[in-house]
Structures are given as structure tokens and as C-alpha cells.
Design a protein around this ligand. Structure first.
Ligand SMILES: [Zn+2]
Ligand SMILES: [Zn+2]
Length: 143
């Protein structure tokens, strides 16, 4: 169930309209750059790429635009052991593989292993989401 870039951009436009915030060229460019990646880019990478199309865009603007996309549930943050958050435009639940050597993040296609919040019973907590990070060495780093 993939949604086209155009459809997703119109979801962002709807969100901005509802919130009364402008759908700026910068917001749009940030979203387009995230959507163009399958490899879970860092905010810094998105910033660098937005510079190529809108060189006046500040780092703070890019970071705020990413926050907006996360709030709009159009992009998700992935915790990364390197402490640099990665961004993922795939909103369907899925698991990740992380390389301890080069830091690359890939989607784990094996979705049979998805766990749901109902699989956990943590006293006094309401569990909303479960993600698994598998850490190891990617095919390149294994040499
Ligand atoms: Zn690697
Ligand atoms: Zn992913």
C-alpha cells in the first residue's frame, strides 16, 4: 500500500491548512527529499540536499519542517544508536537493520516478525508501538 508523492504532498497541504500554517516551498522541498530516500536519511543530509534546490533555507527551518512532518504523521523518526535521528517516509509498521560499522539503516523485509503492542503486558503502561532494531554488519562491511 504505497501512496504516490503527489498524494502525500496533498496530505501535507491539508495538514498545513488545518493548522493554519503556510505550505512553504521549504516544507515541500524537505518532504520531497525525505520521500526520495529509501535509506533513512539524517536531518543533516536532508538539509544538504534542500540546499541544492533552495540555498537560502536555514538548518533550523529544515529541522522544524521535519518536526512538522513527524507531527503530521507523514514521516517517522527512527532511533539510531549513533544518536543522530533518521527519518523514514514509510509509515507502515516495519523493522530495521542497522550496521554497526557504517551506520546504514535498511528496512527488514521480513514482516512476519512484526510484534504488536498487544504482545506486551507492561504494568501501568499503555504500549502504542513496537519496533525492532537488528544491529550487525551490512554486506559491504562484512567484506
Ligand atoms: Zn555497513
Ligand atoms: Zn524504514
Amino acid at each position: 500500500m504505497t501512496t504516490s508523492t503527489e498524494e502525500r504532498l496533498s496530505l501535507l497541504a491539508d495538514y498545513c491548512r488545518e493548522r493554519g500554517v503556510p505550505m512553504t516551498a521549504q516544507r515541500r522541498a524537505v518532504f520531497e527529499k525525505v520521500l526520495s530516500h529509501k535509506d533513512h536519511p539524517t536531518a543533516e543530509r536532508i538539509y544538504e540536499e534542500v540546499q541544492t534546490v533552495l540555498p537560502q533555507t536555514s538548518r533550523a527551518t529544515v529541522y522544524r519542517a521535519l518536526d512538522t512532518l513527524v507531527e503530521a504523521k507523514l514521516v517517522q523518526r527512527i532511533a539510531h544508536p549513533e544518536a543522530r535521528t533518521r527519518f523514514d517516509p514509510v509509515m507502515q509498521p516495519h523493522n530495521h537493520l542497522i550496521c554497526e560499522s557504517c551506520g546504514r539503516v535498511e528496512d527488514l523485509e521480513e514482516n512476519a516478525k512484526l510484534l504488536s503492542p498487544g504482545d506486551f503486558d507492561v504494568p501501568s503502561w499503555e504500549i502504542k508501538q513496537v519496533t525492532i532494531l537488528l544491529q550487525g554488519l551490512c554486506s559491504k562491511c562484512r567484506g
